[in-house]
Design a protein around this ligand. Structure first.
Ligand code: NAG
Ligand code: NAG
Ligand code: NAG
Length: 493
């Protein structure tokens, strides 16, 4: 007779988005079988017992904004991490499920080929479970007609851009996407920045020969985000089609979102650690250093802006906290940040710096270690809500007996882990720097389990998971509020 359970986790403080308490957890195979008051498993037989020693026991992280192995869509650089290295980095930071982008180019007519090509990149290469958001670069008639098939294939979200010439949709195209998304119970993610404003500002700076990395921030004024956010909300409200505004960085954009939510419109919002921990100062570094923190939207003015974003997480304006892991190497003039250093621009030109920073491994530890969020709220925005919003719950983002996969993070109890300064060599991505170098880390996952297997053991061998263990997960529709009205959208006559 084998043991009753494969793994039991005892003496932990279990935290989900709705509960916090002293519970023990039993796992059989890939599933959570029991969550019972502390002590009740003391006579149970298990192949392995993990003593959480009073540390938090939480559902594994779900990161719903991840760019891996993408072609150079914006004509600048290409993402450093592959599915292998990106998912490896994820699991070493406690993220057990990721939703990455499957990018359709403007020159392509179909989304289904994009989906197929992305499956091929991910298959047998991932350390963690995964799904894809289709990134719609060309909402052709054919692409729109494929939304239904996407749903059959387990894809229930899309992303569109209001900026970047290579991907930007105009308002008519956005309405087309929203309408078809509504019909198919698909959530549309929107990168809300006004591309024409950014281009105009860029031209103004070029006329003045201002090319340093810090002018990336100047070229993306808060107004460009505020205007596009309000426009996205308006278009979504008109079609009654739910959207999620990605990577919100500006207090005034957050205010528009909050007001829309208060009116009962299905508007969701995401923010990222870069808008909680970085500011304009990080872009304004000597030489080319600031390029390390170039992302869009850029880190904003001051810590006061970051405080408003933290408040927005606490008060529910932000539905999810994602990494927007968009990794580029720094010291690399072929695919990385230094591609913008040329004979014409020997100091580089901000316009050509690949936009993005790596953060899939640091997202959870930075946010929890900051000790600014209620721990249930932390689980909500980093695990439960991304799973609910994108149709993965309760398989992911929960610890429900018989229903949830045994994806679990066990954190250090107080006093058990020495604070340490983050350095890039501690991370597992394929990037030569981290924008969070030198930050004091006060937490890190001690153990991470994915479908019942211990895949990370910080004080033991570290990474224990294996490439190829991660699986594609089919997703259903969003479990958060959908359109306000039933039936087909009608032209308001
Ligand atoms: C929007 O873009 C589409 C596709 O390029 C084009 O056919 C259409 O005319 C554009 N609409 C407007 C209002 O510019
Ligand atoms: C909630 O946060 C948003 C965005 O940060 C802010 O605009 C709003 O004033 C806050 N609301 C309350 C009631 O605190
Ligand atoms: C890129 O960097 C390498 C190594 O530093 C250098 O030899 C090469 O000239 C650079 N290429 C360009 C296009 O600047």
């Amino acid at each position: 007779m084998g043991a009753e359970y494969d793994v039991i986790i005892v003496n932990g403080v279990v935290v989900t988005d709705t509960e916090l308490g002293e519970y023990d957890v039993a796992i059989k195979g890939e599933k959570i079988i029991k969550v019972v008051p502390r002590g009740q498993l003391k006579d149970a037989s298990a192949t392995r017992t993990i003593d959480a020693e009073g540390g938090y026991v939480m559902p594994g992280g779900v990161d719903a904004h991840v760019h891996l192995q993408e072609p150079p869509l914006f004509g600048m650089g290409s993402t450093a991490d592959t599915y292998e290295t990106g998912s490896r980095s994820a699991v070493c930071g406690g993220t057990t499920t990721m939703v990455t982008f499957a990018p359709q180019k403007k020159s392509e007519d179909t989304l289904l080929d994009t989906l197929k090509a992305t499956h091929e990149k991910a298959k047998d290469n991932c350390y963690i479970d995964y799904s894809f958001h289709l990134l719609v670069g060309n909402p052709s008639e054919r692409a729109l007609s494929e939304f239904k098939t996407l749903r059959d294939e387990g894809i229930s979200s899309l992303k569109i851009y209001m900026t970047y010439e290579a991907l930007q949709l105009n308002d008519s195209q956005i309405l087309d996407v929203l309408l078809e998304a509504r019909r198919n119970q698909i959530t549309t993610m929107v990168h809300a920045e006004n591309g024409q404003v950014i281009d105009w500002m860029t031209a103004q700076l070029e006329k003045r020969k201002l090319f340093a990395p810090k002018y990336h921030g100047t070229s993306h004024p808060p107004m460009a985000e505020i205007e596009a956010t309000y426009r996205a909300i308006s278009l979504s409200e008109f079609i009654d089609s739910p959207i999620l505004i990605v990577h919100v960085s500006t207090p005034a954009a957050a205010k528009h979102i909050k007001e829309a939510q208060d009116r009962g419109i299905p508007i969701y919002a995401e923010t990222c650690p870069q808008y909680l921990f970085l500011t304009k100062k990080d872009l304004d570094q000597p030489g080319f250093e600031g390029a390390k923190c170039v992302c869009s939207p850029p880190p904003r003015e001051s810590e006061a802006d970051c405080d408003v974003i933290w408040d927005g997480i606490a008060n529910g304006t932000f539905t999810i906290l994602s990494s927007d892991h968009c990794p580029f190497r720094f010291d690399d003039n072929v695919t990385g940040k230094k591609t913008c250093i040329t004979d014409e621009y020997p100091q580089g030109h901000f316009k050509y710096i690949p936009n993005g920073i790596a953060g899939i491994e640091t997202r959870l530890s930075l946010a929890l270690g900051a000790d600014r969020l209620d721990v249930k709220k932390f689980v909500e925005v980093t695990s439960a809500n991304p799973a609910k919003l994108y149709g993965l719950w309760p398989k992911k983002g929960a610890l429900i007996e018989g229903e949830s996969d045994a994806d679990i993070n066990i954190w250090y109890p107080p006093g058990k882990m020495q604070d340490f300064a983050l350095t890039n060599d501690l991370l597992h991505h394929d990037v030569d720097y981290t924008a969070f170098e030198g930050r004091t880390m006060k937490q890190w996952p001690r153990y991470t389990l994915l479908r019942g297997k211990v895949v990370w053991d910080k004080d033991g061998k570290g990474l224990l998971g294996e490439k190829g263990y991660g699986r594609f997960v089919k997703r259903g529709p969003s479990m958060l509020a959908g359109p306000r009205y039933a039936g087909e959208w009608e032209i308001p006559l």
